[in-house]
Ligand binder design. Structure first.
Ligand SMILES: Cc1ncc(COP(=O)(O)O)c(C=O)c1O
Length: 412
């Protein structure tokens, strides 16, 4: 017999007394009402859950900007939703064009390769968005069946600003488009239907400000028809969209759904609908710009040039001679603020997704970063950074274009 371990420490002794303010690249803090929803268990096939699922789909129509009848949840991280999009839309032998700006867009390419597709990777210039004309030339040359792209590349904080043009170019050529919007959905404009996207992937723990481990995916009608017309049997059982449809549209059993996580995502979506997309996108724009001004105001550099810069996660160059891990550790211990390191780049990253994007959090994270960088040898003008933050928050004026968005939702 194997004995129970004797040295297990209860969670209240492991977790810090004062919770850390999670200002990294995710998971992000969640509102109290989302945490409350996540503490409830209901019957996964009962009437209560059926009503919750209907509402999750209704609210997703707004948040994804689509009338799709193929919105599915998946018990798993954002990567599970990525895999679900790939294995359902890519048949072994298909040609896939993968726009690769960094770590996560390369992951989509790798998933397609593992699914035995013929993958053409377009590696964009370092820390830059993929220009539509370059992608157009590749679409013409390779005639792919599927194009994969990330809207916001969290790993190096690059934003694919040409996404609407790229998705239209692909769509006009009959190429299916898969978009990873894990960090951007509801923080940045994305219009699934108008832009002609066939699968939008999101995770719970970033833009939506819900818990990690339950993700959403929306398929277009064209994408769904591709799935319906497949002749082969999918090798993945859990990720089979037609099996998931049993639960999400037919009140029937696929696997035991992560009910608490779905309740959490319901509440997260409800908060987004209440705030409205224009209101939420403007909040993120305002706070992210203010954060960027503060960082530059204290004398640090941002990794990505403004035209390619993501708002949802901000990449900050670590000055020569400064040890990034020591800065991060000091921020956690002294200020109880956590931010992220990176995937091999000499940067640290601050998230601006959902609950992270609040002015009062900015004052705390900017002060903690500046003070910790200074202690570890960087030349920092901390008062200058704090003043720039305050000024930028005061000076912000919302973009007229965002105020008009979303047209479809308003027209419904
Ligand atoms: C843009 C992007 N895509 C996909 C993922 C993968 O999500 P997960 O870690 O939940 O699997 C992440 C996670 O950081 C991400 O930022």
């Amino acid at each position: 017999m194997i004995n129970a371990p004797k040295d297990i420490v209860p969670l209240d002794e492991i977790l810090p007394e004062e919770p850390l303010l999670m200002m990294g690249a995710g998971p992000v803090p969640i509102p109290a009402s989302v945490a409350q929803a996540n503490s409830i268990v209901v019957n996964h096939l009962g009437d209560t859950m059926a009503q919750v699922i209907e509402q999750v789909k209704d609210m997703s129509h707004y948040v994804f900007q689509t009338n799709s009848k193929h919105i599915l949840g998946v018990a798993g991280p954002g990567s599970a939703a990525m895999e679900m999009a790939i294995v359902n839309l890519v048949t072994p032998g298909d040609t896939v064009l993968s726009i690769c700006n960094g770590f996560f867009s390369n992951r989509l390419a790798e998933m397609a390769e593992r699914n035995e597709a013929n993958v053409i990777r377009y590696q964009t210039p370092t820390n830059q968005f993929a220009p539509a004309h370059e992608v157009e030339a590749l679409l013409n040359k390779h005639v792919p069946k599927v194009l994969t792209i990330v809207q916001g590349e969290t790993s190096n904080t690059v934003f694919n600003r040409d996404l609407p043009r790229i998705t239209r170019l692909a769509s006009e050529r009959g190429c299916l488009v898969i978009v990873d919007a894990v960090c951007t959905l509801s923080t940045t404009r994305l219009d699934m239907e108008e832009w002609g996207i066939d699968a939008v992937i999101t995770g719970g723990q970033k833009g939506l400000s819900s818990i990690p481990g339950v993700s959403l995916i929306a398929f277009s009608e064209r994408g769904w028809q591709t799935i319906r017309n497949r002749k082969d049997t999918l090798r993945h059982w859990c990720f089979d969209a037609q099996l998931a449809d049993q639960f999400w549209y037919k009140k029937s059993y696929h696997y035991t759904a992560p009910v608490s996580g779905i309740l959490a995502i319901h509440e997260a979506l409800r908060l987004i609908c209440n705030e409205t997309l224009p209101g939420r996108i403007n909040r993120h724009e305002k706070n992210s710009h203010a954060l960027q001004s503060a960082i530059e105001g204290m004398g640090l550099e941002l990794l990505v040039a403004p035209e390619s810069r993501l708002q949802s996660v901000v990449g900050i160059c670590v000055p020569e001679g400064v040890e990034a891990n020591a800065v991060l550790a000091h921020m956690s211990q002294r200020f109880k603020v956590e931010i992220s390191g990176s995937f091999g780049l000499p940067i640290v990253r601050i998230g601006q997704m959902g609950e992270q994007s609040r002015a009062h959090h900015l004052f705390r994270v900017v002060h903690a970063l500046g003070s910790s960088m200074k202690l570890h040898g960087a030349k920092i003008d901390l008062p200058g950074g704090m003043a720039a933050l305050e000024q930028a928050l005061e000076d912000f004026s919302p973009q007229a274009e965002i105020a008009e968005f979303p047209r479809r939702a308003a027209a419904r």
